[in-house]
Design a protein around this ligand. Structure first.
Ligand code: ZN
Ligand code: ZN
Length: 262
């Protein structure tokens, strides 16, 4: 028996684009048989709902509302709710796991630091960083930007992506031996009716804490992907030609010159 966890989702309390409250999300995931969820609202480099002008303490307090709302409901209905966030650097975004509100309160430098410093700070704090949807192509994402050196793994399946984006990500992660995760990027649980519409990870053991998930990522434990394997078999010829860049050590773009799986 596997325990299902959502690893990527947004609430309307803390993400400007979120539609569901934490409570609404929690109820839907419990109904659909998930063991737990990780709330990953858009952090201050992304589409965060919290005014950037507030003092740090107040910003963190408001940022954690979506998670706290979900957690309150989760405790009532028996769904484990964990905390994380998604930081944005323009066209590349990172899911951060394993740190909490108390850590945020004492680390205001996380708000605007470089990708390299983010990874360093998160590791120092005992967390992990996963690059979200590395091959997503959207109007708001101009180029594929691969932050290989700035993460512990890659989200190879994202339900908000087109299938071919995930096929590319899967091949990329295989080639570079990256830890792979899957998530829904769910902003609106009212539109979800079946477990199959959600992506996530399927774990052999129940997480007692978010640090258990971090340990699976950092120690390359077994992380099952809750997604149909055909997700990684899209025909790349049917997709637009990719322009992709490495983010180098100076955090500048360097053309990969790669056609990936074409
Ligand atoms: Zn969003
Ligand atoms: Zn997201």
């Amino acid at each position: 028996m596997a325990y299902l966890y959502e690893t990527h989702m947004h609430t309307c309390l803390s993400s400007a684009c979120g539609k569901s409250t934490g409570k609404e999300h929690a109820r839907r995931y419990a109904d659909l048989g998930f063991a737990g969820i990780i709330i990953t609202d858009h952090f201050f480099g992304g589409n965060c709902a919290v005014p950037r002008s507030l003092p740090w303490q107040e910003k963190v307090k408001q940022f954690c509302r979506g998670y706290e709302d979900a957690r309150e409901e989760g405790e009532k209905i028996g769904l484990d709710v964990f905390f994380g966030w998604e930081q944005g650097y323009g066209d590349d975004e990172y899911l951060v796991y394993g740190l909490d509100k108390a850590w945020l309160l004492t680390h205001p430098e996380i708000e605007k630091c470089s990708r390299a410093r983010q990874l360093e700070l998160v590791h120092e704090g005992g967390g992990a960083v996963i690059q979200a949807h590395p091959f997503r192509m959207r109007d708001y994402m101009r180029y594929i930007r691969l932050g290989l050196r700035f993460c512990d793994g890659a989200e190879v399946a994202n339900a908000g992506n087109q299938q071919v984006n995930d096929t590319y990500a899967y091949h990329y992660a295989q080639e570079f031996h990256l830890v792979m995760t899957a998530g829904s990027d769910n902003h609106d649980s009212s539109r979800i009716n079946r477990q199959e519409e959600l992506f996530g990870v399927a774990l052999n053991e129940k997480l007692s804490d978010i640090s258990d998930y971090v340990a699976l990522i950092r120690n390359r434990g077994e992380i099952g992907l809750h997604v149909d394997p055909s997700r990684f078999e899209a025909d790349p010829v049917a997709s637009p030609v990719l322009t992709s860049y490495w983010i180098n050590a100076q955090e500048e773009l360097e053309a990969t010159g790669r056609t990936w799986i074409r």
